[in-house]
Ligand binder design. Structure first.
Ligand SMILES: [Zn+2]
Ligand SMILES: [Zn+2]
Length: 658
C-alpha cells in the first residue's frame, strides 16, 4: 500500500506518513486533507513511498485529495530549499506553495486575468533602455542575474517589459515581484497601456480569496502571461516560466520578518537558477548585497544614469539647517519660500518626514518625565487625530494626559516632528492650499491611498505630506518640489544598514520631483550636510556611496562580507531569556568550528516589546557552507533545550541586528 509523506503547516521538523486509499489518485505535489491528532489539516504530498518510515505504527489514511492543481516540482524544491537555508520547519515552508483554498465557489465569478483593453501607443525605448533589453534577452533560455541600476525616472518598467516581450513571443510566462501592494494597481495600469491584450494576473495578500485563487489558477494553467505580485508570488505555479523580474530589489519588505523568514528576492534568484531562466533585479538604489555580487561578477550590472524623458532632469538638491527650523514646527525659511513659489505656479509639493503621529514623544518641561509604553522599552508617540498616546511597537493606546503624572505640571511638551504636526504647520502657513496627509493612520480604507493618488493626478492637491509610503513608484508630472525633514534621526541609529536605508529612501523620495518637463527641486533640512548619504543625494551619485559603504562593511566584517544569523529570544522574565541564550551560547561555542564566530548574548535594541523581554545572539562566518552546517547542528540542540517559557527564532541573513 502506498505511503504519502505529507508536509503539514505545523512547526514540526519532519513530514508525516499517511496511507493512501486506492480510490484516491495521488502523486508528489498533491494537496490533501488529513487528520493530525484532533485537527483537520491541509498539506502537500512531498513524496510517495512503498513502506512507512517507522515500522509497527498504525498510520491514518489520507482523507481527501483536493481539486486544485498539484504543487509543481520546482515550487516543492523551492520550499525545501527555504526550509533548509533559513532553518525553518519544513511544513511551514511547504505551506507557502499551497494554492489559496478558500473562496473556491466565488472563483468562477472573480475575473481571472485582468482584462486588458485600454489601448495606448507603447513607449519607444531610448538607446540606454534598448541596450539593457538587448543584454538581458541575450540570456533568454538560460540562468543569468542582471542588476539594472537605473536612476529614478530612467524607465526601468519599459526595460522589464522589453525583456518580457522576448519571453511572451516564445509563449513563456513572466513573474514580476513588487515590494508593495499599493504599487500594483498603478503598475498594472501602466502595463495595460503599454501592452494591450497582455493577460496579467496579480497576486497579493489584499486580494479577496476568490480573486487570489483565480489568479493562482490562471498562473497554473499558463493562461496568465504576466504574474505580478508581492513577496508570496515567488511561490506561484509557472509552468512556462521564461523570466523573473524583481522591482525595487533593495526593498526591505522582500524579507519576511515572521513565520518563515525568507527573502523573496533571494528565493526568486534560486528559482530562476533552478528553472534556467534569466532574472532581472531593478533599483535606483541597489542593495549592497546585490552591488557586491555585481562587483564580484556574479551579477551583471547595467547602469542607466539618466532619465528616460529627455526633458526630465534629475532634481536640484539644496540643504538648509534643521536647527534653524525648530521654532517653526519644522518648516524652515527655504522650504516655506519654495512651497509658496510652487503654489503661485500651480505646481505640487511633497513634504516627507518618516514619522507618523504628531510628535515622537511627550515630555514634562518641569521634571523631565516622558511618556513611556508600559509594555515596551520605548516612548509613546503623541497623536492629535484622534488625541492619544500610541505605541508604534505594540499598538498600545492611552489617553493624552492633561498634567504630568509625576509632578502635576500641566505644561506637557510634544517633542519632535511627525506627519500630523507637519500637516498642521502647513495648514497654518498656507491657509488656502489643499493639503493631504498620507501615512499608515490616514490610509486605513482599502481605497484611501488610491483616492489621494487620483487627487494628485487631477491636481486637486497642492501639498502632500507623508511617510515613506510616498517614496516609491508614484509619478506625478506637476510635482516639482520635495522637502525632506527629520532625516538626521537615522544617522543616530545603531542599525548597520541605517545609512544604506537612509540614502535609498532619500534618493527614492527625491526622485519624485521633476519627472516630466518641469525642473525639480529637493530641499533637505539637515545639520549634517557633509554626511556621505547627503553628499550622494546632492550629486545623484549612489555608486560612490555604495562603494564607500562596502569598504566600511568590509573593514567591520559585516554583511555582505560575512554571512550572519541571529538567534532571537523573548520571554516575560528577563532571567528566562538570559538563561536560554546562555545555554544557546555554550552550545554554539561547542559546535562552532574555527570558521564560525559566535558573539555573546546581548539585549535587543528594543529590550522589551509588548510585555516580552528580548535578547539575541549573533553568529557569523565568511563561509556560507560552514555557517549552514553549523546552523543545522545548532538548531537541533536549541530545539532539544528546555525552555517552554521562551519564544525563540533563528533569522538567517537578518535585515538587521536588532
Ligand atoms: Zn513633571
Ligand atoms: Zn508598546
Amino acid at each position: 500500500m502506498p505511503i504519502a509523506h505529507v508536509a503539514l503547516p505545523v512547526a514540526a521538523e519532519t513530514t508525516f506518513d499517511y496511507w493512501c486509499p486506492e480510490s484516491l489518485a495521488l502523486a508528489r505535489g498533491s494537496v490533501v486533507r488529513v487528520r493530525l491528532g484532533t485537527r483537520n489539516l491541509v498539506g502537500v504530498v512531498t513524496a510517495v513511498a512503498d513502506t512507512p518510515r517507522i515500522a509497527d505504527v498504525k498510520l491514518a489514511p489520507i482523507a481527501d485529495v483536493l481539486d486544485v492543481p498539484r504543487v509543481a516540482d520546482d515550487v516543492l524544491e523551492l520550499a525545501a530549499f527555504i526550509a533548509a537555508y533559513y532553518e525553518e520547519a519544513p511544513g511551514l515552508a511547504y505551506a507557502l506553495g499551497v494554492p489559496p483554498l478558500t473562496g473556491a465557489r466565488s472563483a468562477a465569478r472573480a475575473k481571472a486575468p485582468v482584462d486588458l483593453d485600454a489601448p495606448q501607443v507603447a513607449h519607444e525605448l531610448n538607446a540606454a533602455q534598448s541596450a539593457a533589453v538587448a543584454a538581458i534577452v541575450q540570456s533568454h533560455g538560460q540562468f543569468a542575474t542582471f542588476l539594472v541600476n537605473g536612476v529614478t525616472g530612467s524607465g526601468k518598467t519599459e526595460i522589464y517589459l522589453g525583456a518580457a516581450d522576448r519571453a511572451f513571443a516564445d509563449g513563456k510566462q513572466v513573474l514580476m515581484l513588487v515590494p508593495e501592494i499599493n504599487l500594483t494597481p498603478q503598475l498594472v495600469a501602466r502595463i495595460r497601456a503599454a501592452r494591450p491584450g497582455l493577460r496579467v494576473a496579480t497576486l497579493h495578500s489584499a486580494l479577496a480569496a476568490g480573486e487570489r485563487r483565480a489568479a493562482w489558477m490562471a498562473a497554473a494553467s499558463g493562461e496568465a502571461q504576466l504574474v505580478l505580485g508581492t513577496r508570496l508570488a515567488v511561490f506561484a505555479p509557472l509552468p512556462q516560466l521564461g523570466l523573473i523580474v524583481v522591482d525595487e530589489e533593495h526593498d526591505a519588505s522582500y524579507k519576511q520578518q515572521d513565520n518563515v523568514r525568507y527573502h523573496a528576492r533571494d528565493a526568486a534568484i534560486w528559482r530562476a537558477h533552478r528553472r534556467g531562466v534569466p532574472i532581472v533585479l531593478g533599483s535606483a538604489t541597489p542593495s549592497l548585497e546585490s552591488w557586491h555580487a555585481a562587483n564580484e561578477g556574479r551579477y551583471r550590472r547595467i547602469d542607466i544614469p539618466s532619465r528616460a524623458d529627455p526633458r526630465a532632469q534629475l532634481p536640484h538638491v539644496t540643504f538648509s539647517s534643521h536647527r534653524a527650523a525648530r521654532g517653526t514646527d519644522g518648516i524652515g525659511e527655504a522650504l516655506r519660500a519654495a512651497i509658496a513659489l510652487r503654489l503661485a505656479r500651480r505646481e505640487q509639493s511633497l513634504v516627507f518626514v518618516n514619522r507618523r503621529g504628531f510628535a515622537p514623544s511627550l515630555i514634562c518641561a518641569a521634571c523631565k518625565w516622558d511618556a513611556q509604553c508600559t509594555r515596551c522599552s520605548a516612548r509613546l508617540t503623541t497623536h492629535r487625530v484622534p488625541p492619544s498616546l500610541r505605541c508604534h511597537h505594540c499598538g498600545h493606546v492611552e489617553a493624552l494626559p492633561t498634567a504630568c503624572p509625576s509632578c502635576g505640571n500641566v505644561d506637557l511638551v510634544p517633542l519632535g516632528l511627525g506627519t500630523q504636526r507637519l500637516e498642521r504647520a502647513l495648514v497654518a502657513a498656507f491657509p488656502g492650499a489643499r493639503i493631504a496627509r498620507v501615512d499608515r493612520d490616514s490610509t486605513h480604507g482599502k481605497h484611501a491611498f488610491a483616492t489621494v493618488r487620483d487627487q494628485m493626478e487631477a491636481q486637486e492637491i497642492d501639498i502632500l505630506v507623508g511617510t515613506q509610503m510616498l517614496a516609491k513608484g508614484h509619478d506625478f508630472p506637476r510635482l516639482t518640489l520635495v522637502g525632506i525633514l527629520g532625516a538626521d534621526n537615522a544617522l543616530y541609529s545603531a542599525d548597520f544598514r541605517a545609512t544604506e536605508r537612509l540614502a535609498a529612501l532619500m534618493l527614492q523620495v527625491a526622485g519624485r520631483a521633476g519627472r516630466a518637463g518641469l525642473p525639480g527641486e529637493v530641499i533637505v533640512q539637515t545639520d549634517f550636510a557633509d554626511h556621505p548619504a547627503f553628499v550622494a543625494l546632492a550629486a545623484h551619485d549612489y555608486a560612490t556611496l555604495a562603494e564607500s559603504l562596502l569598504e566600511e562593511r568590509k573593514a567591520a566584517q559585516l554583511p555582505p562580507f560575512t554571512h550572519a544569523a541571529v538567534l532571537a529570544a523573548e520571554a516575560h522574565q528577563r532571567s528566562d531569556v538570559d538563561a536560554f541564550l546562555a545555554a544557546g551560547h555554550v552550545s554554539a561555542l561547542a559546535l562552532a568550528a574555527d570558521q564560525v564566530d559566535v558573539f555573546s548574548p546581548v539585549s535587543a535594541l528594543l529590550a522589551r516589546r509588548a510585555g516580552f523581554e528580548r535578547g539575541q545572539l549573533v553568529v557569523q562566518s565568511e563561509r556560507r557552507a560552514a555557517l549552514q552546517r553549523f546552523l543545522a547542528a545548532w538548531r537541533a540542540e536549541l530545539l532539544a533545550m528546555p525552555g517552554r517559557r521562551v519564544r525563540w527564532s533563528l533569522d538567517v541573513d537578518p535585515a538587521g541586528f536588532g
